[in-house]
Design a protein around this ligand. Structure first.
Ligand SMILES: Cc1cc2nc3c(=O)[nH]c(=O)nc-3n(C[C@H](O)[C@H](O)[C@H](O)COP(=O)(O)O)c2cc1C
Length: 232
């Protein structure tokens, strides 16, 4: 039987106001977690200062070394910075909902696209699976560089296609806002509250099973009983 903690969301819903590089959004993990995974989160308050070119290349080096089915690497990325003028304005215009309010401040917007898997004859589930994994690698690398990544499905695909001049055989999946953490005071009030809201997750017991779907896992661990004992 697994012993799970009840999350802390029930008794704490806002973080103390912080801004600047040191902005941390606690990950209330119940079991040990690598510091880079613990530090990653998706902010909306970006600083507009540009990212060093070698850091940008390092992000895509991380994506490059991600595993993929048959080593097909069915991913592609189109970068948009302030220097890209009209194309940058077009990708910003492709964003929908409140993504339009915060994401344009990020110095780097990246359109991530899925490519066909050669063996499958087109874009299939493993195109999406592999692209997602490459982006996951990229987010961890970004964290190691003190950068933040916020993925967005909230964009109009046809406008993004137009902005990037995408060929028909590739499929846009997300736009990513990437940059350093900025000043929360620049966010509209409604988004400021979301920026400060606690991060929550389903308990492990809801999605990990033993031998049969729905069957509790057969592991016994020492419970962590107070926030001061949360493992890093
Ligand atoms: C595929 C995907 C699409 C997302 N789309 C949006 C989006 O359009 N707008 C937004 O504000 N956040 C978006 N997010 C961010 C998620 O809301 C966020 O990752 C989730 O709430 C967990 O928060 P965390 O990343 O800080 O742990 C998206 C994330 C993913 C992976």
């Amino acid at each position: 039987m697994i012993v799970l903690l009840i999350g802390f969301s029930a008794f704490a819903n806002l973080l103390p106001l912080q801004s600047g590089l040191e902005m941390q959004k606690p990950t209330h993990n119940e079991y040990p977690l690598h510091p880079l995974l613990k530090a990653r989160w998706s902010p909306r308050a970006f600083d507009s200062r540009p990212i060093d070119s070698d850091q940008i290349l390092s992000l895509f080096e991380a994506a490059r070394w991600s595993p993929s089915g048959g080593n097909n690497q069915p991913w592609g990325f189109v970068l948009f910075t302030a220097e890209d003028g009209d194309a940058r304005r077009q990708i910003e215009d492709a964003l929908t909902g409140n993504n339009r309010e915060w994401a344009p401040r990020a110095p780097l917007l990246v359109l991530a696209v899925a490519l066909p898997h050669p063996s499958k004859g087109g874009i299939g589930p493993y195109s999406y699976y592999d692209l997602g994994q490459a982006v996951a690698h990229l987010t961890v690398q970004a964290t190691s560089l003190g950068l933040f990544v916020h993925q967005m499905a909230g964009f109009e695909a046809s406008k993004a296609r137009q902005a990037a001049g995408l060929p028909d055989h590739v499929e846009p999946m997300v736009v990513m806002a990437i940059g350093h953490y900025g000043d929360i005071a620049n966010l509209p009030e409604a988004l400021r509250a979301r920026e400060l809201a606690l991060r929550v997750r389903k308990p492990i017991a809801e999605f990990v099973f033993q031998a049969r779907w729905g069957q509790p896992i057969n592991l016994v661990t020492a419970p962590v009983s107070s926030p001061s004992q949360i493992p890093s």
